[in-house]
Design a protein around this ligand. Structure first.
Ligand code: ZN
Length: 443
């Protein structure tokens, strides 16, 4: 077990990944540092085998690839996917108003957070502004310094039964306080006053005139830095481990893998937490279209080549899964209780809430064995419906055999989740093994 407390790349990545836009930007920074070239979907592409490329959509989804030495029609793609988004509260920025001496902003609930964990936390205000410049709309990252927002609980004296279970009303109880009221009034108009101090502060922080702002996607997420806990520092605690940690392990493995015959792809989709049915999500043609485009660039052969390439490909969907919780162990099937620091987990579901098949399970387990990495399995209890991932949609859109895997974590969708620190390295090594494998899956 490693036992040093110095900052590691994973904690820096988690701290940077406060919104899907920031996660995508952190991925792009790393790709650029590694010499990758950005491609624009609106332009013609020209690629060279062995060189690195990436394309992005909406500032929140990224697809990176390295063309292999052989045509994808001959050897296929090796693809790993993860998602850039995490549950959060999304600010209704144009509904900011004064209320009883405070400046407040109502929120929408994004995805399925454990809502109570967002209260009484030091919250980051971050996202992207869309600004107009010379006839073009541009997405610009924005983040206020520090943790200026807060969603406070009601005192127990005014809510005596709170510990018996309390349901927060998403509209009324989760408004964020961002400061003192703009006016001296101590009442509530109930109406926004059409000025957003928050958007003004975000715009001024990035040096753009507020009258150039055409849109804002701004979230409240945890501002506490990622850290290690446990007597031997064996655990990693942070916001957004699901799935910024999956993006990190995917990216690291993609960059570390030796380049070979097959074309390596790393796909970072947005909007998984809200169903993926978007232009940037896994329930879109983004991945399939880009694969077909790469095949077309590889030369002659026509559409036939794209079908052949997909039929020779394999996808790993890399997303966090539920480790057994010592206080709630009965929530897992007693035969399938993944534990932190014991390696990646292969996820199975007869309902295909996970895309894993017998063949893809075997493929991934072999890759782990070859890499010297332990591997675990989860099949959810038959009386508790499981979550899902980008795996089933990716398999359905591309027709490519897919395996769902992930690091085991506890408190999934809490504002602060807990994982095993060694599982980060285990997953990277397992995925390097996957990218490097030349095992075939026959029909
Ligand atoms: Zn996830």
């Amino acid at each position: 077990m490693k036992n040093d407390s110095s900052p590691s790349p994973i904690t820096g990545f988690l701290d940077a990944s406060v919104t899907p836009y920031h996660t995508a930007a952190a991925i792009v920074d790393r790709l650029k540092d590694a010499g990758f070239t950005e491609l624009d979907e609106r332009e013609r592409w020209d690629v060279t085998p062995g060189a690195g490329y990436f394309v992005r959509r909406n500032g929140s989804a990224v697809l990176a690839f390295v063309p292999g030495a052989k045509s994808p029609a001959e050897v296929g793609f090796r693809i790993v996917g993860a998602h850039t988004d995490s549950p959060a509260l999304k600010l209704k920025t144009s509904a900011e108003s004064d209320a009883h001496g405070y400046r407040v902003v109502p929120v929408e609930v994004y995805g399925s957070p454990i809502v109570s964990t967002w209260l009484d936390r030091d919250l980051v205000v971050a996202g992207r502004l869309v600004t107009e410049r010379d006839g073009a709309l541009q997405s610009v990252l924005a983040r206020l310094p520090g943790t200026p927002a807060r969603v406070p609980n009601l005192a127990i004296h005014l809510n005596r039964n709170v510990n018996d279970g309390f349901k927060y009303n998403n509209q009324d109880h989760l408004r964020a306080i961002i400061g003192a009221a703009a006016s001296g009034e101590n009442t509530e108009s109930g109406k926004a006053d059409n000025s957003s101090r928050l958007v003004e502060a975000l715009a001024s922080g990035i040096g753009v005139p507020v009258d150039s702002v055409r849109g804002a996607d701004v979230f409240l997420t945890d501002g506490q830095p990622a850290a290690r806990t446990g007597l031997a520092s064996e655990f990693l605690v942070s916001g957004r481990i699901d799935n910024a940690a999956g993006c990190f392990t995917t990216l690291e493995a993609f960059l570390r893998s030796p380049r070979g015959d097959s074309t390596a792809v790393a796909f970072f989709a947005d909007t998984e937490e809200v169903g993926s049915k978007t232009a940037t999500g896994a329930d879109s043609p983004f991945l399939r279209d880009t694969l077909d485009r790469i095949v077309a660039l590889a030369g002659a052969g026509g559409p036939e080549e794209a079908f052949r390439a997909r039929a020779r490909s394999i996808v790993v969907s890399n997303d966090a899964t539920n480790a057994v919780h010592p206080n709630f162990a009965e929530k897992h099937d007693s035969s399938y209780r993944p534990v932190a620091n014991r390696g990646p987990v292969v996820k199975l579901s007869a309902q295909h809430r996970y895309a894993t098949t017998g063949a893809t399970h075997g493929f991934f387990a072999d890759a782990c064995r070859a890499a010297g990495v332990p591997v675990q399995v989860i099949v959810p209890r038959s009386d508790i419906p499981s979550g899902s991932t980008i795996g089933p949609m990716t398999a359905a859109w591309t027709g490519i055999p897919t395996v769902d895997v992930g690091i085991p974590i506890i408190a999934m969708h809490s504002i602060r989740e807990t994982a095993g620190y060694d599982d980060i390295d285990f997953m990277i090594r397992a995925l390097v093994g996957f990218y490097s494998s030349d095992v075939r899956i026959d029909p």
